[in-house]
Write a protein that binds this ligand. Structure first.
Ligand code: HSE
Length: 434
């Protein structure tokens, strides 16, 4: 059978990894795809010295999508401006597309998939979520029998790498971030990693394929990890929890929760023990129950693993009728649900609270009474005695589940009590048990 011709656009960390994996595993890949897969054209705006034997190289990256010999365009330049034009042009030219671009899919996926469907081409995006973990395929196809209740994941390798190094080695935040950048884990703008934007891109995609809803990145709630202190990590451990930057998408009767924030997770959960650049995703489904997926979420060849798997998938369906292919977002495009995304104020979680308070009689009673008036149930409490009697006392509490807006109201009242030495630290808690 005639080989499938691939054009790779972008020869950075993932592009070079993709070229290497396709070449190194060429024989096994051909045996799996049923035909040879050959990189015939590479688009790279700059020469970085990486050799691509057998492939034509163009500095004008649009030359790849306009090349009549190319069957599949692999977009690995990232970003949402040129990449969007490039992908739309590739679709217009009748090319199938494989992309690792989570921002593009999360923000413009609805338009991209509509165009692709009209043209009868595939846009595959396994590498956009959790690097090398085949989570898109698992949810979209492996769990297709199930009604999915929630998806929770550590889906940013850089953030998890930073939290792990800070906790285990006491390393400085910026120092670890620099290492993540050197290792090719971090986004071009690393605030995307540490502020949860990258994770929200990925979570948006997961929620869409899990619940059959359109991509709605703009409604995702994000909170970063920059304010997590070493003390909070230590207190959480004392209470039997780990702090992770978690993305949670949950279907409720009123709508879908879509949120990324630092989270306390019971240390007994497998996901609480996923460290370094590793990513992990838990899915709770009605028929199979909980399932768990873990692996490298960033880096050259881990991400290339997902890109190449998509190339093979697309190569296999090149000759099939477009109406018989797996839908881009798991559910048929005309069957997406309009279940709303819930504002964070409507979300219900348990909380970890740390209040550094003045060491006076009655302070704890006043705080407890505000929580009680707000019908907020305290599950555990630790008061850290200080050697210096004039020093503030950290009060650490775990609460049971309460709606975010009720917790906000109670915290506002506590702030007015004149007992706090600095502002309250509040971290959401997820049991991930049901
Ligand atoms: N910056 C991302 C991460 C790369 O750290 O996980 C993979 O999407």
């Amino acid at each position: 059978m005639k080989p499938v011709n691939v054009g790779i656009v972008g020869l950075g960390t993932v592009g070079t990894g993709t070229f290497n994996v396709l070449n190194r595993n060429r024989e096994d890949i051909a045996r799996r795809a049923g035909r040879e897969i050959v990189v015939t054209h590479v688009g790279a705006r700059r020469d970085n010295g990486f050799a691509t034997p057998g492939a034509k190289v163009s500095r004008d990256i649009f030359a790849v999508v306009n090349d009549p010999e190319v069957d599949i365009v692999v977009e690995l330049i990232g970003g949402t401006t040129v990449a969007r034009d490039l992908v739309m042009k590739a679709i217009e030219n009748g090319k199938h597309v494989v992309t690792a671009n989570k921002a593009l899919i999360a923000q413009y996926g609805n338009e991209v998939f509509a165009a692709a469907q009209k043209k009868g081409v595939n846009v595959a995006f396994e590498a956009a979520v959790a690097g090398g973990i085949p989570i898109i395929k698992a949810i979209r196809e492996g769990l297709a029998a199930n009604r999915i209740a929630w998806v929770a994941g550590i889906i940013n390798g850089t953030g998890n790498f930073i939290l792990t190094e800070m906790r285990d080695k006491g390393r400085d935040f910026n120092d670890v971030l620099k290492e993540a950048q050197a290792l090719g884990y971090a986004e071009a703008d690393p605030t995307f990693d540490v502020e949860g934007i990258d994770a929200a891109h990925k979570l948006t995609i997961l929620a869409s394929i899990a619940f059959g809803i359109p991509l709605q990145f703009e409604k995702a709630f994000t909170e970063g990890i920059t304010k997590i202190g070493r003390d909070d990590v230590a207190y959480a451990e004392e209470l039997g929890y780990r702090v992770k930057h978690l993305g949670v998408a949950r279907r409720t009767a009123n709508g879908v929760e879509l949120r990324v924030h630092p989270t306390l997770i019971p240390e007994a959960r497998l996901i609480a023990n996923v460290h370094g650049v590793m990513n992990a995703v838990m899915v709770m489904s009605d028929a199979v129950g909980p399932t768990f997926y873990s692996g490298r979420g960033a880096g050259s060849e881990p991400t290339a693993s997902a890109v190449v798997a998509d190339v093979i998938d697309v190569a296999r369906v090149l000759t099939t009728d477009p109406t018989n292919r797996v839908p881009h977002l798991a559910f048929q495009a005309d069957s997406l649900s309009d279940l709303p995304i819930l504002p964070i104020e409507e979300v219900e979680t348990a909380y970890y609270l740390r209040m550094d308070v003045k060491d006076h009689p009655g302070v704890l009673a006043k705080i407890a009474s505000v929580l009680s008036e707000g019908a907020i149930n305290i599950e555990a409490i630790i008061q850290k005695d200080q050697a210096d009697e004039t020093a503030p006392v950290p009060l650490i509490m775990l609460t049971r589940k309460v709606q975010e807006k009720k917790m906000n109201a109670a915290l506002d009242k506590i702030r007015k009590l004149d007992v706090l030495v600095n502002d309250i630290t509040r971290i959401r808690v997820e049991a991930l048990s049901q």
